[in-house]
Design a binder for this molecule. Structure first.
Ligand code: HEM
Length: 446
């Protein structure tokens, strides 16, 4: 006889495979041929051509008008249009039910729900709508007040000095794993009241789950992403149970666990969203910033001379190499957008990184310029009711981490070309090998 546990696991595996086949297998069968036929949206969604190849594809879309309709769907790189859609309540966030799946296949998706806390499925606030969205957001926002961020600023400052101390005196370092990841993951750990020794596990699970924002995943990637979700689910269940056994204190997430204002699934799903949204994005902001500044040494020198320019430099990094390249919205009623009649259920791809290079808004958009006067008009954090809840936090982390690194290592340089991540929506580097320069010239921490 087959043991019950094995049978359960086999059933779960079949259900997951069915879910993958509908959500990713279908698009995977169509996108490559559309990309070969020259469809710019298919090329962008697949990440064809590697680092930077999306920018000419954005321009191809721009040259065809404010929005394009291809066989894959509707897409725009128009700044004003992206902004308009994100702020228009007739557009809702996209869930698996919205991606134009025929009804019988929809049944497969609903009946193969592994009940794991998926950041791109409800009850994640990222894909919930009011009134649920409002409730989740208000409760989670307690961790993101200006006061909470100021407290974290000090922690980030100390931690970045600690991390830089560990690198001091060494000839080389790999800055994604040894620096850029460590700051945001520590911040998320503080926000969720996680023990320090859980960080490595969250780094691994977060990395596994990050591809879920992309379309047309390979089965192995999808399965590994769900393994990451399962790891976080198990851990966070125990963690919140531990917090409930502890006397209630002022920590916002500990209070959330005690109050019972969110169901267990709502609490854990939104915690997983914070892990993913919180460090899988900020690591890219810091990593992309390091590379851009090393490649523009005159601008880096100017920042070293006048550190008051750092806040604007962070905006320009967000604009120029946007850590979240795109999002999407679905149409909730028949409407007209940029002279196109869109039926209810149509999905619009909002290519934020393309909007951030819209020449109607940004002069010389393909030039990196940390003194750009309107760099802050970028849409890197979205806008409207789903605008990034962690925007101020991410800006703070980068504006502490980048100056601290460049101040400590005046001779910092790339040791070899940085290696891009394979993700499409999340845009950044997987490895960033640098030379730290002459130890005699490295400054010491106070
Ligand atoms: C450079 C870093 C970051 C970037 C570029 C970024 C980008 C974004 C974008 C574009 C959205 C909107 C998505 C949409 O409208 O469909 C978003 C939402 C969100 N972000 Fe961020 N994010 C960053 C950092 C963070 C951090 C540090 C946190 C938390 C610790 C966070 C938590 C969230 C959450 C919870 C949402 C959903 C908000 C809602 O639906 O109301 N993000 N982010």
């Amino acid at each position: 006889m087959i043991p019950a546990k094995l049978l359960h696991r086999a059933r779960a595996d079949v259900a997951l495979r069915a879910r993958w086949a509908v959500l990713h297998g279908g698009p995977r069968a169509v996108l490559p041929s559309r990309a070969r036929a020259g469809d710019p949206l298919a090329r962008i969604l697949l990440g064809t051509g590697g680092w930077g190849a999306q920018y000419p594809a954005f321009e191809q879309i721009r040259s065809r008008g404010r929005a394009i309709t291809s066989r894959i769907g509707i897409a725009t790189v128009d700044h004003a249009l992206c902004r308009e859609v994100l702020r228009d309540r007739r557009f809702a966030t996209v869930t698996p039910e919205d991606v134009g799946i025929p009804r019988p296949l929809q049944w497969v998706v609903n009946h193969s729900d592994p009940s794991l806390p998926n950041p791109v499925e409800p009850p994640s606030m990222l894909v919930s709508e009011p009134p649920d969205h409002t409730r989740y957001r208000q409760l989670v926002a307690r961790s993101f007040t200006p006061r909470a961020i100021e407290t974290l600023r000090q922690r980030v400052g100390e931690l970045s000095e600690e991390l830089l101390d560990r690198l001091s005196g060494r000839p080389t370092a790999e800055l994604i794993s040894e620096y850029a990841t460590m700051l945001p993951v520590a911040v998320i750990a503080e926000i969720l009241d996680l023990p320090d020794d859980s960080r490595d596990r969250f780094i691994e699970w977060g990395g596994q789950a990050a591809p879920l924002l992309d379309i047309g995943l390979r089965w192995e990637t999808f399965r590994s992403a769900y393994a990451g979700l399962a790891g976080m689910d198990d851990y966070l269940r125990d963690h919140f149970a531990r917090l409930r056994r502890r006397p209630v204190d002022n920590h916002p997430f500990a209070r959330l666990a005690h109050d019972g204002e969110l169901t267990e699934r709502e609490l854990i799903t939104n915690a997983v969203l914070l892990v993913g949204a919180g460090f899988e994005t900020t690591v890219n902001l810091i990593g992309n910033g390091i590379v851009l500044l090393l490649r523009h040494p005159a601008q880096l020198d100017a920042l070293r001379r006048d550190p008051s320019g750092w806040a604007n430099a962070v905006e320009e990094i967000l604009r120029f190499e946007s850590p979240v390249q795109m999002t999407g919205r679905t149409v909730t009623e028949d409407l007209t957008l940029a002279d196109r009649d869109l039926p209810r259920g149509a999905v619009v791809s909002l290519l934020l990184a393309g909007a951030n290079r819209d020449p109607q808004v940004f002069d010389r958009p393909a030039e990196f310029d940390v003194t750009r006067p309107n760099a802050r008009d970028n849409l890197a954090f979205g806008t409207g009711i789903h605008a990034c809840i962690g925007a101020a936090l991410a800006r703070m982390e980068a504006s502490v981490a980048l100056p601290a690194l460049f101040e400590r290592f005046p001779d910092l340089g790339l040791d070899r070309p940085p290696e891009p991540r394979s993700n499409v929506t999340l845009h950044g580097y997987r490895r960033l090998d640098v030379r730290l320069g002459d130890p005699q010239r490295q400054s010491v921490s106070d």
